[in-house]
Ligand binder design. Structure first.
Ligand code: PAF
Length: 288
């Protein structure tokens, strides 16, 4: 596996692969790899000839009081993990290379990026779109793979790719969970063992909501179910709902009543310390 640190070296390599007719896959990440990331990399390995994994903790998507400096980083550890699943290039540019002095452009997906996580993290999705756009330009992939755990991010990126005619296929990969149901996330590293137990309130809420939705014999108002989900989560000490929403899968508009296309999306803060997100389809046979 090759380690690449500059946008120009990445672009040169991608150009060579393109000339050789190779299919390129990009997996954008912020590092501190876990099984969820490795699943995306394995998927990329199946889909393409050349697999690029970007590793960049993107300052532009963190708010002023968020965890940019605390975000876990370990290039050596991540290099070994990526090499172990057959990645061709680990692309880890510096902040100076990505945002040189004078940088002032951003990409905004107006409506999709505003609500849900966008409401509590203003500007977050502008930062995500801008960096993903740059990574796509630098690595010229035919396809890019994103996890469904960040469901709003996936919707925003799909919209950006469509709106800006980006010649790249956006592929979604299912959330990877611990046996307990907790969705894997780099931010789980902030949790003590007792807090890991508290964090399972998100998965318990998903199971609760899916059971309610599937048992309903008539139209189930989404607002009522959201209220019950919030109560279900907040019965556990230290678990505070940021938002719970039931939205249409594609548009992320609020649903009036639960339907085949409904998705539960939520963000919960554990002990005023770690904000976790999760989502699931409410009526699909499988927990997608
Ligand atoms: O999902 C992430 O890790 C980040 O938001 C991404 C897509 C790598 C952009 O920085």
């Amino acid at each position: 596996m090759q380690l690449v640190h500059t946008p120009s070296a990445m672009a040169t390599l991608a150009q060579q692969w393109r000339e050789q007719g190779k299919k390129i896959a990009l997996v954008p990440t912020m590092g501190w790899f876990h099984e969820g990331h490795l699943a995306l990399m394995r998927r990329a390995r199946q889909e393409a000839d050349q697999v690029v994994v970007s590793l960049f903790v993107n300052p532009m998507q963190f708010g002023p009081h968020e965890d940019l400096t605390a975000y876990p980083r370990d290039l050596q550890r991540d290099t070994e993990l990526a090499a172990g699943v057959g990645v061709d290039v680990l692309y880890a540019p510096s902040v100076q290379e990505m945002y040189p002095a004078g940088f002032q452009t951003s990409v905004r997906v107006a409506r999709l990026g505003k609500g849900l996580c966008g409401a509590s993290r203003p500007g977050h999705f502008d930062g995500v779109c801008t960096v993903v756009m740059k990574l796509l330009h630098q690595s010229c992939p035919h396809l890019a793979i994103f996890g469904e755990k960040d469901f709003q991010q996936l919707a925003v990126i799909r919209r950006m790719a469509l709106d800006l005619n980006l010649p790249v296929e956006i592929i979604a990969h299912p959330t990877v969970r611990e046996d307990s149901g907790l969705a894997l996330s780099s931010r789980n590293k902030y949790l003590r063992p007792d807090e890991m137990e508290q964090a399972r309130c998100l998965y318990r809420a998903i199971v609760f909501a899916r059971e309610k939705a599937r048992a309903a014999t008539c139209a189930l108002p989404a607002k009522d179910l959201c209220r019950e989900i919030q109560e279900n989560i907040e019965q556990y000490e230290g678990c505070k709902v940021d938002f719970v929403a039931i939205v249409e899968n594609d548009t992320l508009e609020n649903c009036e009543a639960v339907n085949e296309n409904s998705r539960l999306i939520m963000a919960v803060t554990i002990n005023n310390k770690v904000r976790l997100i999760d989502n699931a389809s409410l009526l699909s046979a499988e927990l997608l």
